[in-house]
Design a protein around this ligand. Structure first.
Ligand code: PLP
Length: 336
């Protein structure tokens, strides 16, 4: 009973986001574009949903609510996942350490600290930071008596369940299913959550899963017909840089209504700049690549059946790794 009461009183570390019709993007794309504004999540990306839910489920699974004091979350990420974990942990009043590789930007480190996370800098790459978390930090913390809990960025049922929460919000707002949903794919957590949410609602619009060249691990797996690993990440959209997608994402992507699309870094930069100009919203390159689908006839190229009155939901996944200076640089590169 006590634990049930406690679970009821936990604040939700994400919020319901607006779905807005964009007149200008609809004009560009030649169909009705609706923007699901995940940029407005506490952490600036949809990851607040999945990681927030993962933290809540971990809290709810404590056999003794008093153990809450001993609970400590650990995640390896110098990006959106680390920031989402820091935000969710402080909203839930639990401790979290964010282990960032030395390649992480000072800008993101400052954001994570400002959100209330403890930052440790270890390892040259994400893989090294993650290995250190699993093999050193968590075992040591357990020896100290902590309930040290590893937080995955995309490959876990609780993460997908959290991301899935955006689907009923969209269906309610549109009073039914759209014709298509467009999202970015890194490790495929967002896409898996969307497909899961659609299954639960018994809806099956087209799902466009967008990646950049140099981070297209889903497209590689689909091409090889099995889960495959990229040798390296070479895209500027490093948030999409999971070398291997979650197995579940690969399985979902094999469905008839899911289509994989790969654009270039240049397209992603164009998406960031034009979206900022058209809707005055700043997003990082990982999201810019999805926004790029609204321009240059790309959406109709991928889905030739779309008509002018077709409804397409663009998941504006967000991301904090963007500044006015970066947008200016993208703009200059595009004009070269
Ligand atoms: C994490 C993230 C992605 C990729 O999500 P996955 O669940 O790893 O596929 C895309 N865009 C932004 C802004 C992100 O933070």
């Amino acid at each position: 009973m006590a634990s049930q009461l406690q679970s009821l009183s936990l604040p939700k570390p994400w919020r319901k986001t607006p779905l807005i019709h964009s007149t200008i993007l609809s004009k560009h794309a030649g169909c009705q574009i609706y923007l699901k504004l995940e940029t407005l999540q506490p952490s600036g990306s949809f990851k607040s949903r999945g990681i927030g839910n993962y933290l809540i489920q971990s809290l709810n699974s404590l056999s003794d609510p008093a153990d809450r004091e001993k609970l400590h979350f650990y995640i390896a990420s110098g990006g959106s996942a680390g920031l989402a974990c820091a935000c969710a942990a402080s909203m839930l009043g639990v401790s979290a350490s964010i282990v960032v590789p030395t390649s992480a930007s000072q800008y993101m480190i400052d954001k994570i600290k400002a959100a209330g996370g403890t930052v440790e800098q270890i390892g040259a790459s994400w893989v090294e930071a993650d290995t250190h978390v699993r093999n050193v930090i968590i075992p040591t913390a357990k020896e100290r008596g902590e309930i040290a809990t590893y937080v995955p960025a995309f490959d876990h049922q609780d993460i997908w369940d959290g991301h899935a929460s955006l689907v009923p919000e969209v269906l309610e707002e549109l009073e039914g299913a759209p014709d298509a949903i467009v999202c970015s794919v890194g490790g495929g957590g967002l896409m898996s959550g969307i497909v899961l949410g659609l299954d639960r609602a018994e809806a099956s619009p087209k799902v466009l899963a967008v990646e950049t060249e140099g981070a297209a691990s889903l497209a590689l797996s689909l091409k090889e017909g099995k889960l495959a690993t990229l040798p390296a990440i070479t895209s500027i959209a490093n948030t999409l840089g999971a070398r291997t997608v979650a197995r579940q994402a690969f399985v979902y992507a094999g469905r008839e209504n899911v289509k994989s699309v790969v654009l270039t870094d240049r397209d992603a930069m164009e998406g960031c700049v034009r979206f900022a100009d058209d809707e005055r919203i700043m997003v990082e390159a990982a999201c810019g690549v999805t926004m790029a689908m609204c321009y240059g006839g790309r959406l109709k190229g991928a889905l030739p059946d779309l008509r002018e009155d077709s409804k397409v939901v663009i998941v504006v996944c967000g991301g904090c790794n963007i500044t006015a200076d970066m947008l200016t640089q993208y703009s200059m590169q595009l004009n070269q």
